[in-house]
Structure formats: structure tokens, C-alpha cells
Design a protein around this ligand. Structure first.
Ligand code: CA
Length: 217
């Protein structure tokens, strides 16, 4: 899952980026509202964590513009001020959830999982399909009841495919999920991850759609 993190506090932003990456998220971090807006125009994110008090452009303005442009991407706002009005305005402007600083990373991650579930249209915390069950919170995958060991990137890839059953996911989109802005993408690395997943889960579980991408039927 690819997250845009908009936070101008270096210490907090750094901690959040590190913590979210450890949870398997691909994190792109911007430190002002204008950069957040540009990033949202040019990229596909799954989630946005948006500080309201940002330089250059306030978080609330970024949020309003995002919603005006018709994008439904889930947004969780962060607010330092213990102001009820702030949060009400944020929610009424199109935010999906909020956290008041200081908060716990664990709670942030749990709330992000809820937003992902809601976006995927499910309320059950575990995704089950074709003998495979995937638990995003526990980072566990079972095949016919037996635990399967997956690397973080294999897990992220499988989760994204399982959240979009019946839909072909283009290669470029899957690569974005895995890498964001940070790392150089090696041309065959997606194939390598898919190959590993097939070895662990069965050759037929993930289908290749030639010239387009991958899907689970
Ligand atoms: Ca701030």
C-alpha cells in the first residue's frame, strides 16, 4: 500500500515514515501543503496521512482541493491542536478519520487498516479467497490452514491483489505499491516476487495478463 505522508515536523515525520515502512507500507513523505498537492496530482496513493498545520498551504486546503478534484482516496488527518472545531471541519471537508497528536503508531496503523478495508468494501479484518487467508493486522498468510512465510514485499503484493479480486492490476501500479519514490525498480523484480508467491501458494493462484499485469480470479 502506498501512503502519502504530509508532515512538516522532521522528528515526527521521520518516525512515522520508519514505523509505517516497518508495517509494509510504501511511504512518500512531503513537508509542506503545496508539495502534498503536487504529489496527489501526479501519483496514485492508497492512503493519505495529512497534518493540518502545514507550511505553504494548510492541510485543510489540500484536502478540499483533493475532494473538489473528485478523488476518493482515504485521508486521515493529524492535528496537534486539541480543538473539536478543527476535527469537525476536517471531517466535514472530506477527511475519513483523524488522530490528535501525540498518538500511538499502533493506533495509526489500525486506523489505516480500517480505511483500507472500507475502501476495499469489506468489514471483515481477514481476506479469504481460494483456500488462502490473509490477515493484514497480524501480517499472516494461511494456505489451507497452514502458515506460509512471505517477505514483506511478497505480502504487500499479495494483499493488493487479494483486495482487487477479479480485477487486472497493471504492472506499473504494482511497482508503485512496492517502491514509491525511494528505490530504483529493477526491471524484473516484480516477476521475481510473483514467481516466489506462485511457488508458495500454487502456480495458478495469480494469473498473468500478458502485456497488462496480474490478477487473482
Ligand atoms: Ca505541522
Amino acid at each position: 500500500m502506498r501512503v502519502l505522508l504530509a508532515e512538516d515536523d522532521d522528528l515526527l515525520g521521520d518516525g512515522l515514515k520508519t514505523g509505517l515502512k516497518q508495517e509494509g507500507y510504501t511511504v512518500d513523505w512531503v513537508k509542506d501543503g503545496q508539495s502534498a498537492e503536487n504529489a496527489l496530482l501526479d501519483n496514485e496513493f492508497d492512503l493519505v496521512v495529512l497534518d493540518l498545520g502545514l507550511p505553504k498551504k494548510a492541510g485543510l486546503e489540500v484536502l478540499k482541493q483533493l475532494r473538489n478534484s473528485g478523488k476518493h482516496i482515504p485521508v486521515l488527518i493529524l492535528t496537534a491542536r486539541d480543538s473539536v472545531q478543527d476535527r469537525v471541519t476536517g471531517l466535514d471537508s472530506g477527511a475519513d478519520d483523524y488522530l490528535v497528536k501525540p498518538f500511538d503508531l499502533e493506533e495509526l496503523c489500525a486506523r489505516l487498516r480500517v480505511l483500507q478495508r472500507r475502501t476495499a468494501g469489506r468489514s471483515a479484518p481477514v481476506i479469504i479467497h481460494g483456500g488462502i487467508s490473509l490477515d493484514p493486522a497480524a501480517h499472516k498468510v494461511l494456505l489451507n490452514g497452514d502458515a506460509i512465510n512471505l517477505s514483506m514485499r511478497e505480502f504487500v503484493l499479495l494483499q493488493h491483489l487479494m483486495e482487487n479480486i477479479g480485477r487486472v492490476i497493471p504492472r506499473a501500479r504494482l511497482e508503485e505499491k512496492l517502491y514509491g519514490w525511494d528505490a530504483e525498480v529493477e526491471s524484473n523484480s516484480l516477476e521475481v516476487f510473483i514467481h516466489h508467491l506462485r511457488k508458495k501458494l500454487g502456480a495458478d493462484f495469480i494469473r498473468t495478463v500478458r502485456g497488462v499485469g496480474y490478477m487473482i480470479e
